[in-house]
Design a binder for this molecule. Structure first.
Ligand code: HEC
Length: 447
């Protein structure tokens, strides 16, 4: 046994009691640590027996022990006051603390454990390198009842996720990298297109949504539905595109011209109204000839020259830019940052209040898994292909990475909410929102 072997979860679980012993004190013989739980079924007892066997087994070099090792059986270290317990035998871990405070492993595999013993011949006896400046000893943890935790498989969280677009990618990464398992979650994904997804969430067909449009959630909350944003989703992926050879340099140059957009009521439109007013002193709804059509239709209109510019979303915009026939003259999120100093929020992770209150750990774990997915997306351009999100050439993957990795900020704080307040105020002024309840979001689960 070179370090810890995989060992039967159920076995020690059933086995090692002490929590329960208090409950059965009245009985003839009290249950002691290391005993099987009272009332086990025969198969459970068999698991217990097999687990105990494994735990007590003494390994030899012929069976794969070594070349370096810490102990020849689990029970060598886990044995006080009974098998499965603790002992004074300590492991040694070592590494290096860097000047910036970060920790670096000395072993290329990232391992910090240094085995104490080696098999005869001792050619492979590990020694702690000279440049280690952190050396710690750790005593064994008692494992009584550990199997009970294993036996309790988590109950599934039902999560709604869109079938395409920027909010989909973190869900794909969570599934593909098994981040749900890693964070002790069991997820049942409900995949629907964006519009159907929002309706289904409002009808409470699932408890948590990955792709709730912030302004719609606020509207829903204002109507009395007890729903809340629990974490940031994606930032705006909204751009203004013109033909490559058109003379326009900023949105102000399109004054009086036909400008396509996909919605008058979305919050990104409210944000653009606000930015155009504050920077260029123009009113989007008066100073431009607006043409409202669904995103793919707009692309056709621009191509035919029926409109001069269009406000549209990725990945559609990205695909058009790739063709080389178009130019982007405004990035809503970038412009918002320039004007307001913070990102422009579009979607959030949302949950029904009562579900979140009853299952705060599930929501916390989910946010942790989501954060990890976001980190992976930020670092690894391969996720677009490995998750099946796109199938493309390396150049396109690069473009996706440039534009998509910045959508997921992992930021969820008061500054973000405050800077987006102006969007919602503008939506109220435009008649798209009635009010903004102060409690439409919470930071409670994000830490
Ligand atoms: C050389 C002593 C030693 C031996 C032998 C040993 N353990 Fe441990 N065990 C420890 C120490 C020390 C810790 C806690 C410190 C740590 O995690 O670094 C620990 C922690 C654990 C944990 C806690 C879970 C975790 O990783 O956080 C489990 C489970 C465990 N051991 C199982 C086993 C099993 C199964 C075996 C036999 C295959 C075994 N141990 C053999 C010393 C030992």
């Amino acid at each position: 046994m070179s370090a810890r072997m995989m060992w039967r979860c159920a076995a020690t679980g059933a086995a090692l009691v002490w929590v329960v012993s208090a409950l059965v004190l009245g009985q003839a013989r009290s249950v002691q640590p290391g005993d099987p739980l009272p009332g086990l079924t025969p198969p459970e007892f068999e698991e217990f027996r097999l687990g105990l066997d494994d735990f007590l087994e003494v390994e030899t070099a012929e069976e794969g022990l070594g070349p370096a090792f810490n102990g020849t059986s689990c029970a060598a270290c886990h044995n006080v006051p009974a098998v499965g317990g603790i002992s004074p035998v300590a492991e040694v871990r070592a590494g290096r603390q860097m000047p910036d405070g970060s920790f670096a492993a000395l072993d290329p595999g990232g391992e910090s454990l240094f085995h104490l013993f080696s098999i005869p011949g001792h050619a492979c006896q590990p020694t702690i390198p000279r440049d280690a400046n952190v050396i710690v000893r750790r005593v064994p943890l008692p494992l009584f009842g550990a199997g009970l935790a294993c036996a309790q498989s988590p109950k599934p969280v039902r999560i709604g996720v869109a079938t395409s677009g920027g909010t989909t990618l973190p869900a794909l990464v969570i599934s593909q990298r098994k981040l749900d398992e890693k964070h002790g979650l069991k997820i049942e994904w409900v995949r629907l297109d964006q519009a159907a997804l929002q309706k289904a969430f409002a009808l409470r067909q699932f408890d948590v949504s990955f792709a709730e449009v912030a302004s719609d959630l606020i509207r829903q909350r204002a109507r009395g539905d007890k729903v809340k944003s629990v974490y940031a989703g994606i930032m705006a992926n909204v751009y203004l595109l013109v033909k490559k050879d058109a003379p326009y340099k900023t949105i102000a140059d399109l004054k009086g011209k036909k400008l396509g957009l996909y919605s008058l009521t979305s919050s990104s439109t409210a944000a653009i109204v606000r930015m155009v007013r504050e920077k260029w002193k123009l009113e989007l709804r008066k100073d431009f000839e607006l043409v409202v059509a669904p995103p793919p239709v707009l692309a056709g209109l621009l191509q035919k020259g029926d409109i001069e510019g269009m406000i549209n979303v990725d990945p559609l915009v990205l695909r058009l830019l790739e063709s080389g026939n178009y130019r982007q003259i405004l990035d809503a999120d970038g412009e918002w940052q320039a004007q307001k100093g913070a990102r422009l929020l579009v979607t959030t992770l949302a949950a029904w209040d009562d579900y979140a209150q009853k299952n705060p750990d599930e929501i916390r774990r989910l946010i942790r898994a989501y954060k990890e997915a976001v980190e992976i997306i930020g670092k690894d351009p391969q996720v677009y292909v490995s998750t099946g999100f796109i199938k493309d050439t390396p150049e396109t993957v690069k473009l996706f990475h440039e534009r998509f990795s910045k959508l997921y900020t992992g930021q969820w704080n008061q500054a973000l909410i405050d800077s987006n307040r102006a969007v919602f105020d503008t939506a109220i002024e435009m008649g798209n929102l009635e009010s903004v309840p102060a409690d439409w979001y919470t930071f409670e689960y994000a830490n």
